[in-house]
Ligand binder design. Structure first.
Ligand SMILES: NC(=O)c1ccc[n+]([C@@H]2O[C@H](COP(=O)([O-])OP(=O)(O)OC[C@H]3O[C@@H](n4cnc5c(N)ncnc54)[C@H](O)[C@@H]3O)[C@@H](O)[C@H]2O)c1
Length: 346
């Protein structure tokens, strides 16, 4: 029996979590055994237990087989001393979530939603692997004065090695092509990064490796997106590149992500935020949460058939133009979810 901790969070988080879990419930009947324990995080954690990552949530996450997160944040807590985002950062740290995986896959029936030309974007299918707990965002010293400020970029060999191994393994399970993105012509951390990639490469002889500078990679991402398979890069570059790549598919409401630790524990969540503008209105697209669940099924539980079955049902529904408003459709969160459930029961 797999133990899944759910953290619905704030805004549309609880709505899309409910919708996606009802799809999993119907799809998994007799095929996959799991138990769900729901816990508070973010603004909901602050309001209910006085903390954005409460002790009970922390304890539960530490014993989980996988974690599903909705979204956190919202205007209510923007001015507070303790913010919902602090809960998220604390959770990443406590659980050692050092890598962020973002699949960028174009659904061909939704090709017109992409800001890129169909002939450029057709066939896009890549995985961006971003280092999440090192680099410029965490380096010390870090300070800010009136007329001067300092940030530090630092990477250790072990921090780079673990993310590079993870990326090579991803490539082995995909199309055996790894692109490492850096700025080795300028930055010493990038030169170390590149050296380590080349040192590790012989351990994965079936994977073809190339290197790109971040400036060239950001251009190539919109001119030749289908040339990429697995992309691995440092924290800052990954933050920017993964957002750039995510718009290629045309909708924020469709995109999942996974964060993994060294023991293989995965946290799965949509890439978007809590969408306070549509929260409580039954308008949210639950696909980002449903895809987060299929990513969990494949990555944490090797339940490939079940994940395929759920995605096939969703895609069959969307192919009939049954979609939520963000995708140009007229469905509500509930009616779209119901259509997927009906498709699964066929
Ligand atoms: N990991 C997270 O939980 C996370 C990530 C980003 C932002 N946030 C927080 O979320 C809050 C809102 O941030 P924001 O408005 O800048 O970004 P957002 O991603 O919440 O929303 C941006 C736009 O996309 C729309 N949108 C997002 N998800 C959608 C979905 N599933 N279906 C339909 N439309 C969807 C929203 O309605 C909004 O118009 C902030 O408090 C921010 O800090 C949280």
């Amino acid at each position: 029996m797999k133990k899944i901790i759910t953290l619905p969070g704030d805004g549309i988080g609880p709505e899309i979590m409910d919708a996606a879990l009802s799809v999993l419930d119907v799809a998994s009947e007799g095929q996959f055994e799991y138990e769900i324990a729901e816990h508070a995080i973010g603004g909901h954690g602050i309001d209910s237990q006085g903390h954005p990552f409460p002790e009970a949530t922390r304890e539960a996450c530490l014993t989980a087989d996988a974690i599903l997160l909705g979204a956190i944040g919202g205007p209510k807590w923007e001015q507070s001393e303790v913010t919902p985002e602090m809960g998220l950062l604390q959770m990443r740290k406590v659980l050692g979530l050092f890598s962020n995986l973002r699949p960028i896959q174009l659904n061909e029936t939704l090709i017109d939603r992409s800001p890129l030309k169909p002939e450029i974007v057709s066939g896009t299918d890549m995985m961006i692997v971003r280092e999440l707990t090192g680099g410029l965002y965490f380096g010390e010293p870090k300070w800010e004065k009136e007329d001067e400020a300092l940030d530090t970029t630092q990477y250790s060999r072990s921090e780079i090695e673990r993310i590079i191994h993870l990326a090579f393994k991803q490539a082995q399970n995909r199309r055996n092509h790894l692109t490492s993105v850096d700025k080795a012509n300028v930055l010493s951390t990038s030169r170390l990064w590149r050296r380590i990639v080349n040192e590790i490469a012989p351990q994965y002889p079936d994977v073809h490796v190339d290197h790109l500078y971040i400036d060239a990679a950001s251009m190539k991402l919109v001119t030749h997106p289908k040339d990429f398979d697995v992309v691995v890069t440092a924290n800052l570059f990954g933050d920017i590149l993964s957002d750039e790549a995510s718009v290629i598919t045309g909708s924020l409401g469709m995109m999942p992500s996974a964060s993994m630790n060294e023991q293989g524990l995965g946290l799965y969540e949509p890439i978007h935020g809590s969408a306070p503008d549509i929260a409580g209105k039954n308008l949210a697209n639950p696909m980002s949460m449903i895809y987060s669940i299929t990513m969990m099924l494949r990555t944490s539980f090797e339940e490939f058939e079940l994940a395929d079955k759920i995605e096939a049902a969703c895609e069959a529904v969307m192919a009939r133009n049954i979609m939520t408003k963000d995708m140009g459709g007229t469905e509500t969160t509930e009616s779209f979810t119901q259509a997927v459930i009906t498709e699964l029961r066929k």
